[in-house]
Design a protein around this ligand. Structure first.
Ligand code: ADE
Ligand code: ZN
Ligand code: ZN
Length: 273
């Protein structure tokens, strides 16, 4: 996602944090956040261009072999040089584990920067819900598929990161992202209210289940993102109006699941202490 997508995911998550999680999250946030998780949810994108942080670039996505509409951790979670676990699902497991191990009795600051771990986790749980962050290797998740979005030349990945949300904000929400977020929040309490507990659920009592989120994403990439978006095509109302509901639901799921994982991580702290 672009800035607005990440902001929306984290705003939605904030509203579902338990009291315990909210207290710990606020302690971990950098001063620059002003106590608001959503304000640092794009940090991982801002830093990836710096030399020091180059190694984090492959952590934003995981691609599948061309035209395979399924995802497998062992097959797919590696960077372009073949290093294992260097992908978005690997990163979500890793940063979740860092938080957990930090509370097993020793001083977390000796080993991990938990402020960074929180900002990475919040960002990557958002990214794994963007269908084309689990796209095909050959087109870099739609980045090399040139399309027109109405009259503008862009690429398919950017359409899903930014343009659909941007057009929705302008067309339906009076150019105010906050109104779009409120509308998604209302859907969560109305239309999707019966689905929330299944979104939060992870098999085998796991803290987080990024493999499930990635499997959903690549299926949506095949059925909605890549479909009717061949190189050189023009995407307009038909595509926009049929894909917007998918984008809104993925932002909602990202937010609910981010809150669920933070609630589990920071509840365990209380039990151990
Ligand atoms: N680079 C390669 N694959 C990518 C993807 N799926 N998303 C973003 N950047 C990528
Ligand atoms: Zn992206
Ligand atoms: Zn990202």
């Amino acid at each position: 996602w672009g800035k607005d997508g990440h902001y929306a995911v984290c705003k939605i998550a904030e509203a579902y944090l338990t009291e315990d999680a909210l207290v710990t999250v606020k302690e971990l946030l950098p001063d620059s956040a002003g106590g608001e998780l959503a304000s640092v949810c794009s940090w991982a994108d801002d830093i990836k261009w710096y030399y020091k942080w180059h190694w984090t670039s492959p952590l934003h996505y995981v691609d599948t072999p061309d035209f395979k509409c399924n995802y497998q951790y062992c097959r797919d979670c590696h960077d372009s040089a073949g290093h294992k676990d260097s992908c978005v699902t690997g990163a979500i497991f890793n940063y979740t584990k860092q938080h957990f191990s930090a509370y097993q009795g020793y001083d977390p600051q000796l080993k991990y920067n938990l402020t960074e771990a929180l900002m990475f986790l919040a960002h990557f749980v958002g990214d794994v819900h963007q269908p084309l962050h689990v796209g095909f290797t050959g087109d870099l998740g739609g980045n090399t598929i040139t399309v027109r979005w109405y009259h503008r030349k862009t690429n398919l990945h950017h359409v899903w990161d930014t343009m659909i949300i941007d057009s929705a904000v302008k067309t339906f929400y009076g150019s105010d992202l906050a109104i779009m977020i409120q509308t998604i929040q209302r859907n969560i309490t109305d239309a999707w209210s019966n689905d929330i507990s299944s979104w939060e659920y992870c098999e085998y009592n796991q803290t987080v289940c990024p493999n499930l989120y990635a499997s959903e994403s690549v299926r949506l990439a095949c059925t909605f993102a890549y479909r009717n978006a061949t190189p050189g095509s023009t995407l307009e109302d038909d595509y926009f109006l049929s894909r917007l509901p998918i984008v809104e639901k993925r932002l909602a799921q990202g937010g609910i699941r981010l809150a669920a994982v933070l609630n589990r991580i920071f509840a365990s702290e209380v039990k151990i202490a």
